[in-house]
Design a protein around this ligand. Structure first.
Ligand SMILES: [Zn+2]
Length: 497
């Protein structure tokens, strides 16, 4: 579309009105952002609509998207309420731009009497008609478990593992995944370090240790560790908080509460036979109904929800009836259960896994490889059923124990084109996934809107070289095609010149 040429010498004037009565202006100054970002001339995929908004500008102030409009006037005056984050255009200002450096402007913020004068740097990113979209969300990620082989995770010093996970977490962010729902493992140190700005990484919705039964998917004890005497110390995986084994209603209640006490935003429960575990055949339903209900009741009383690892129809059915709201994998769902999920608005968190090609998961144990091939064979059928019954569907990768696989996170999103339109896949990995994350209600570590480009939403944004709604493969090569990656208003990558 035709656009007004931008006169970069015109000043952008940001007037920060302070809504609070304060004792010293020094305290206030800290609340005013030192810089803002203006994306110019971008086509927006907003996370929800299949139509791009053509030729828009997006203004980011602090960590929020403040304005989405055509031709945001750089000579206008904006009032920003620092307390509430509110934003409105008030009038044209009459100030001069001090000087300009490499695409950024330094402007002086004048404030009448009670206000503070402050220089605000404006990063102007000329989108040149590229696509601006919400940061990607992976609904099933294991921050602690995706980059080393299983045997190394089990034997590694936890401090070392956390440092390595922090490094890997930065790579996740640089693939454009600005948020992950962590599906198990002691991710709390990495999450806290990320949120505190010590390391770079995505937002993390942590499950912490997953809860599982003796001989369940979370039981990684050695072959000779049972029978267990009462009072036997916890094994390493439990001690460091990757997993917790609990049996019987009182015990699962206690462990579930401990998990929430650690800071989990939702509880991850092992509800049926798993692939990487060696003592639970795939057909096994894990926990009795009473135990399952006890886990779900604890989550409910904490105003959050339970996500379950499950594949068989029986396991899924039992846990849905017990109150679980998110079914991970679910490769063997049958018709009636899919119908029930649709009716109860239970989510299916799908992984586009494959067998016999370069993207097939590899396991150290042949037992796991055989199980993997068996579950993945169910994928086509479950996609058909969930479509038929309009089951809410989330996208996740569940990358495990292999850095080469983790690096394919975006490629796995691109693989979705086999079953979904690019629009459906991208909406799933942005807006839809965000709705699933928000089921954790008041346990939400990042209150605010995610997965959308709209005024007031958290500023997690990707500038894509091309239109992913037309060519989903663009997301498979983030290094080349994602030229700006922003999380929480901060730019982590920019190759715009
Ligand atoms: Zn998983």
């Amino acid at each position: 579309m035709k656009r007004r040429p931008i006169n970069i010498l015109k000043p952008l004037v940001l007037v920060i009105f302070i809504a609070l009565i304060v004792h010293s202006s020094q305290g206030l100054a800290a609340d005013i952002p030192s810089e803002v970002t203006l994306f110019r001339n971008v086509n927006i995929f907003d996370g929800r609509s299949d139509k791009l908004l053509m030729g828009y500008d997006v203004l980011v102030v602090k960590n929020l998207i403040k304005k989405v409009a055509r031709n945001i006037q750089i000579s206008d005056t904006y009032e920003i309420d620092v307390k509430t984050g509110g934003f409105k255009e008030v009038s044209s200002g009459g100030h001069t731009c001090d000087f300009m450096t490499s695409g950024s402007m330094i402007v002086t913020v004048y404030e009448p009497e009670k206000m503070i004068k402050k220089e605000v740097k404006v990063n102007i990113i000329d989108g040149k008609g590229r696509t601006l979209m919400p940061g990607l969300i992976d609904a099933h990620w294991h921050t602690m478990l995706n980059f080393w082989p299983l045997s190394k995770v089990f034997s590694a010093d936890f401090g070392l593992l956390s440092i390595a996970a922090g490094k890997a977490s930065r790579e996740t962010l640089l693939r454009g995944f600005t948020t992950v729902r962590d599906a198990g493992g002691n991710v709390f140190p990495v999450k806290k370090a990320t949120d505190a700005g010590l390391i770079d990484g995505p937002r993390i919705y942590p499950s912490g240790p997953y809860i599982g039964q003796t001989s369940g998917h979370g039981d990684f004890r050695g072959p000779n560790d049972v029978p267990e005497n009462p009072g036997t110390p916890l094994d390493y995986m439990q001690r460091v908080g990757h997993t917790l084994i609990a049996d019987g209603v009182p015990d699962v209640i206690k462990r579930s509460r401990e998990i929430l006490r650690m800071g989990a935003s939702q509880i991850k429960a092992m509800a049926g036979g798993g692939v990487s575990s060696l003592y639970d055949p795939l057909d096994v339903t894990e926990y009795t109904f009473e135990e399952a209900k006890a886990v779900c009741d604890v989550a409910r009383t904490w105003n959050t929800y339970v996500m379950i690892h499950a594949n068989t129809d029986a396991a899924i059915r039992q846990w849905i009836e017990a109150g679980a709201m998110s079914v991970e994998h679910g490769f063997f769902i049958e018709e009636e259960t899919a119908r029930l999920m649709g009716k109860k608005s239970v989510w299916w968190s799908m992984q586009p896994m494959s067998v016999g090609d370069e993207d097939a998961f590899k396991f150290e144990s042949p037992v796991s490889t055989a199980k993997y091939e068996q579950v993945v064979a169910g994928l086509e059928k479950v996609i058909a059923l969930t479509r038929k019954y309009k089951v809410k569907t989330a996208f996740g990768t569940d990358m495990l124990f292999d850095p080469a696989l983790a690096a394919k996170q975006g490629k796995f999103l691109a693989k979705m084109k086999k079953w979904y339109t690019p629009y459906e896949a991208l909406k799933m990995a942005t807006y839809d996934n965000a709705q699933l994350l928000k089921l954790c209600g008041p346990r939400d570590p990042y209150p605010g809107e995610l997965g959308v480009v709209k005024e007031g939403a958290l500023a997690d944004l990707i500038l894509v070289n091309g239109n992913p709604l037309q060519d989903l493969d663009l997301v498979a090569d983030p290094e080349k095609n994602f030229i700006v990656i922003m999380k929480d208003g901060k730019i982590y990558k920019s190759t715009v010149n």
